[in-house]
Structure formats: C-alpha cells, structure tokens
Design a protein around this ligand. Structure first.
Ligand code: NAD
Length: 427
C-alpha cells in the first residue's frame, strides 16, 4: 500500500505533497475506523445479553448468608403441620392479603414481587411494609428471573406456591400488550420450569380469571362452559395460562389448581378498578363515566370481597394434593383443578355508584356512555357450586358491607400522610 502514497498527484490536483499525504492517511483511518465500528456493532448485536431471557427490570444482586437467613426465617412454619409457601405478586392486592392470612395462621411465607409501576408503587411498598411487620420477607424480583427462582428453591423446600403475580387489567393491554405476554405467559412458564425441576415439587395454586369466559352469554358461568372466546388480551393470556398449567401437570406431575376470581374488591385494593377510582373521583367532585351495553342493558359484575377470596385461596392450598413428580420427572398422575371464586350475585354498575353515593354521602356526577370494545365484557356471574363442594367455599360479604370497609380504609389511607400504624390497623 505504501507505493500508492508516493503516487504523484494527478493533473490539476492543487494539494501540496504533505497535505495530500495527510489527506490519504485520514481517509485510510476513516475506512479502518468504519470497519472496526461495524465489526464491534455486529459483535455487540449478535452476542446474547445477560438478561436476554428476561425482559423485566434487572434484579439487584441476591444471595449471601444474610439474605438466605431472612428467607429461612420467613418461611419457617410455626408448627410441623404448617405449609411453606412462596407467594408471587405478594405486594399486590390479593397477594398481600393472602400472605398475611397464611402468616397469621402459622404458615411459613416468602413473598416475591417486581413492584412494577402499572399502578402507584407507593401502595405496593406500603403493603410490603405491612407484610414485613408481620414477619413476611418480600423479595423485589421478577418471575422471569430464572436464576433467582432457582436460588430461592435451593434455599427452601416449598410445599406450596400460590402464584398471583400477573399483569392485571383488561384495558391496559391496548397500551402495553407485551407486559401481559411477559408476566402472564413467559413468567408463568419460568415459574413452572423451576417448580417442575425442584425436589420435592410444590403443589401450585394460581390466579386465572373470570375473564376467560369472554363473550359467553350463558349464565351463571360454570367451569364446564366454553372459554375459547376471550374479549381481551388479558383474558387470552389467562386462558393460555390454563392450557400451559395443564401441560405441566400432564408431563411433569405437578399438582395445579387454577382459581377464576370474579372482580375482587376491598381495602388495599387496586386503583385501576372502577370501585376504587369511582370512590376517588366522587370524593374529588370529578365526573365519572358509567358504561352501558349497546342495547341499553346494564353492565354488571359479580363483585367478590377480598376476605372471601382469601378464604378460597387458603382452602385451595389446604386441599391441594401433592405433586407426584420430582426433579423434572413425573411419577404418576397429578391433580388438576379449576374453580370459580365469585360471589354469585352480579350487581349493575349503576347500583355500585348509588351504594358509593350513600356511603360517601356525596352525589356523583355521572356521564353514561356505550361500553367501548376495549376488553370489558357486559357481565360476569359465577356458579360456585364446585368450589362450595370441593373447597367449602362460601362467600359471606355483600357489596354494601364490603364497600363500607373499603371506603373506611380508603379515607384512612389517603388522609393520613405518615400513618403506617393506622394503615396496619385497617388491614
Ligand atoms: N383483582 C381482581 O379482581 C382479579 C380478578 C381476576 C383475576 N385476578 C388475578 O389475581 C391475581 C392478583 O391480582 P391483584 O388484583 O392482586 O393484582 P395486583 O396487580 O395488585 O397484583 C399483582 C402483583 O404482581 C406483581 N407482578 C406483576 N408482574 C410481575 C412479574 N413479572 N414478576 C413479579 N411480580 C409481578 C405486581 O407488581 C403486583 O404487585 C392476578 O393474577 C390477577 O390477574 C384478579
């Protein structure tokens, strides 16, 4: 290449020899830099990133004797007959109530939650604070973090897992569809992979949803009804979860119980749900939107109070048969169950509003609009006879009583700036 540098300038080239030389050198450097950059970029793009299998937030470093000590302490049952339970979604609405109820009766509990910002993280942190006061250690991690799950299962032999972590809400799926796939499908598979490989395998209870009934018109919804017409991506991921659960039960001998919850409400609830934001907006004097079906029929929900749901979850854990496999190998057929957990009394949303007006002593300003086609179904109504028979499940809280408890909690939680002690009292 050197001889080229000595080539005399062509006719009409005004560059002096050393200037010309510098120019050639610069172009060569540019070419080499370009090549180097291309190779670097290609290498960077094709090499797997450390979190390639897990699109959630990177977990902070876990491990060490102190961390393991906290896990062991939190998961130690009070008596030898107690359960050792991993609760995913423990900082969530249902997860926090279930964790607390298990701990209260003497079971060992470990919580796990990724504290995502789908709704106010301060509420999730406040719930975590309550769990920690009760002696439940909550790990801030994602169910997609396989090495973390494996690490936890190496420290503790869980007898049960209650899997409540999920991307909830039907409307948000139009904004962030991948969050449903990540948590409700990929995350669930990741958790099942860890459970199936562990020895002993835990029995699994997990939250499906009444939304799997989709656009069904036959009421009340029975577990035998079709569930192949979802009206939202959320519902589709829950339905996929039921199919995935069946496959893991069939291949690996995992004992799995799916619970189809019907519109759960109560203290420490979810701010994205109508009863919650109606309360907030009525108090603030903000107009609320009430939807009605295209033919003018009312939209109704089978509202189920959180304490009834917790009883159903605990009964499902207590009656679950053991998994039959171990270390990834099936040793015999295992139990596979699905139950509706509802209240069996659907209430029109207009009635929900009038109950809130009565409890809050404030007249709501409402705007009535046709139900948009964004995932919400017109009504839900549970047939709970199977859960009654097999779990002894019997809801006891009517909507007015439950809403009073919710409103009392809401006012105390949002009116007290610093008040963690009063928050504890209201749980
Ligand atoms: N509340 C209801 O009315 C209702 C109805 C039907 C089904 N469900 C199901 O019940 C379960 C609990 O619902 P909820 O109302 O308590 O919801 P929630 O959103 O309050 O609780 C879910 C928790 O899971 C956590 N989470 C989400 N993705 C995660 C991930 N990838 N890794 C770790 N943590 C993750 C969230 O941070 C949240 O704290 C969910 O599976 C939900 O789909 C709820």
């Amino acid at each position: 290449m050197l001889h080229l540098d000595r080539t005399p300038s062509t006719a009409g080239n005004k560059l002096k020899p050393d200037k010309f030389h510098n120019h050639r050198l610069r172009s060569k450097l540019t070419v080499w830099s370009f090549l180097f950059l291309t190779v670097f970029l290609v290498f960077f793009l094709i090499s797997p990133s450390p979190s390639a299998t897990f699109r959630g937030q990177s977990s902070p470093a876990f491990g060490g004797p102190q961390w393991e000590k906290q896990i062991v302490k939190s998961t130690r049952p009070r008596s030898t007959s107690g359960l050792t339970v991993l609760v995913t979604g423990a900082a969530g609405f249902v997860g926090s109530h279930v964790s607390l109820a298990l701990k209260k009766r003497g079971d060992g509990v470990l919580g796990l939650d990724n504290f995502n910002n789908y709704y106010e993280t301060s509420l999730k942190k406040a719930r975590k604070g309550l769990l920690e006061q009760a002696g439940v250690f909550v790990i801030d991690a994602d169910i997609n973090d396989k090495s973390l799950l494996d690490k936890i299962f190496n420290v503790v032999a869980f007898t049960h897992v209650i899997h409540l972590a999920a991307q909830a809400g039907v409307r948000y799926a139009m904004q962030n569809p991948n969050s449903y796939v990540d948590s409700n499908i990929a995350g669930f598979v990741n958790l099942l992979e860890t459970c199936k490989s562990s020895d002993p395998q835990p029995a699994i209870v997990w939250a499906s949803s009444s939304s799997v009934y989709g656009v069904n018109k036959k009421v009340p919804f029975s577990e035998k009804d079709r569930t192949d017409q979802p009206a939202s991506l959320y519902a589709a991921t829950k339905k996929a979860g039921e199919a995935i659960a069946h496959a893991y039960n069939h291949i690996y001998g995992l004992s799995i119980t799916g619970l189809r919850f019907f519109t759960v409400y109560g203290p420490w609830g979810r701010p994205d749900m109508a009863y919650f934001f109606f309360t907030r907006d009525i108090i603030r004097g903000k107009r609320i939107t009430v939807y009605e079906a295209p033919d003018g029929a009312s939209v109704a929900r089978d509202f189920t109070y959180i304490d009834d749901i917790v009883k159903g979850c605990l009964a499902a854990l207590d009656t679950a048969k053991k998994s039959t496999g171990s270390g990834g190998k099936k040793k015999g057929p295992a139990e596979f169950r699905i139950f509706n957990l509802g209240n069996t009394t659907p209430v029109p949303v207009s009635r929900l509003v009038s109950l809130l007006e009565k409890i809050l002593k404030v007249k709501a300003e409402t705007k009535v609009l046709p139900l948009p086609r964004n995932g919400d179904v017109q009504f839900t109504h549970a047939n709970i006879s199977l859960a009654q028979r097999e779990l002894g499940y019997m809801p006891t809280t009517d909507l007015e009583t439950g809403l009073k408890k919710f409103v009392r909690w809401y006012l105390s939680y949002y009116n007290s700036a610093s008040a963690s002690p009063s928050r504890k009292k209201n749980f």
